[in-house]
Design a protein around this ligand. Structure first.
Ligand code: NAD
Length: 310
């Protein structure tokens, strides 16, 4: 079997940490790309020099261009700007639109057969943009958010019950924002629905903390946002595709009528394998859950519309 190649665009907090997870899991060789000269080269070299200590066998290089990315199997995109003081969400959207459009075009020119995993924010909108800019089929472009949001819900459930995170499964739908839709009815501890183990008040408190979990980290870090868990989420998706594991994970994907939604990238459970997004799983929702999905989709649609002409 030939060695797999993973390109990670953006060698900031999320990108460099994704390189770390992917390297220690020996998912393949890694090319780290950043626009700033030295950052990708320096972090790649540092990580490569950790390999003899930790004993992982991945070749890791850093670059400012796309030559070395040629023939990548997976491309994880984390490049982008964070919102600065005085910058509106709209300004940020336009800035990141330019970045993601140009990055996607350069990625696709060198790796026409890759799968793209988007991480940059606003996540659902940037996934949509990458899908359109790539010209790829919808099974090959996806965004990472649901795995992270579900993992946060799992963490809070584990702490609340004082049990291992290993036995907890959580599912959620929706856009990557405060309107995300955690699904307690579809979240379990060793097969037991959390609705059997926690009171309504406890569940509501954990759901609310999950919705605001990104902001909780920003509030603590002050100068950045979460990166260990988001990068672990992106690498989990890459692993499912590269190893053809067919895991069912919540991912942001293009919908064509599923959940009553069309022409939108939105978080839903999917089967991930060698074919990328191999299947979209449609859950039966009650009226409250349907309404929450509708509201979340409305927000995502608005953001996609704000992209303007593509
Ligand atoms: P960061 O600022 O640490 O890193 C971003 C990197 O992108 C920087 O090194 C920058 O130089 C690089 N970059 C900018 N323009 C580029 C270009 N045109 N080509 C190549 N590289 C370029 O930020 P971070 O904390 O790593 O976050 C990265 C992105 O991920 C942000 O958009 C953030 O909002 C998003 N994010 C998403 C999730 C999620 O759940 N989907 C979670 C956390 C962060």
């Amino acid at each position: 079997m030939s060695r797999k190649k993973i390109t990670i665009v953006g060698a900031g907090n999320v990108g460099a940490t994704a390189a770390h997870w992917a390297a220690t899991k020996e998912l393949g060789d890694i090319v780290l790309v950043d626009i700033i000269d030295g950052i990708s080269q320096g972090k790649a070299l540092d990580l490569a020099e950790a390999a003899p200590i930790d004993g992982f066998d991945s070749r890791i290089i850093g670059t400012n261009g796309y030559e070395e990315t040629e023939g990548s199997d997976i491309v994880i995109i984390t490049s982008g700007l964070a919102r600065k003081p005085g910058m509106s969400r709209e300004d940020l959207l336009q800035k990141n639109k330019e970045i993601i459009q140009s990055v996607t075009e350069q990625v696709v020119a060198k790796s026409p057969h890759c799968f793209i995993i988007m991480v940059s924010n606003p996540l659902d909108t940037m996934t949509y943009l990458a899908l359109k800019a790539s010209g790829f089929s919808k099974n090959r472009v996806m965004g990472m958010a649901g795995i992270l949001d579900a993992a946060r819900f799992q963490t809070f459930i584990a702490v609340e019950l004082g049990v291992s995170v290993q036995d907890i499964q959580a599912m959620l739908l929706g856009g990557h924002g405060d309107d995300m839709v955690p699904l307690p009815r579809y979240s379990t501890v060793s097969g037991i629905p959390v609705t059997e183990l926690l009171s309504q008040e406890q569940i509501e408190r954990l759901v609310e903390r999950t919705r605001k979990a990104g902001g909780e980290i920003v509030g603590l870090l002050k100068t950045g946002s979460a990166f260990y868990s988001p990068s672990a989420g992106a690498v989990a998706m890459a692993e499912a595709i590269l190893k053809d594991t067919k895991r069912i994970l919540p991912c942001c994907v293009y919908l064509k009528g599923e959940y009553g939604l069309t022409d939108i990238c939105f978080g839903v459970p999917v089967k991930l394998g060698a074919g990328g997004v191999e299947e979209i799983v449609e859950l039966r929702l009650n009226a409250t859950e349907k309404e929450a999905v509708r509201r979340s989709a409305e927000g995502v649609k608005k953001s996609i519309d704000a992209l303007g002409a593509l």
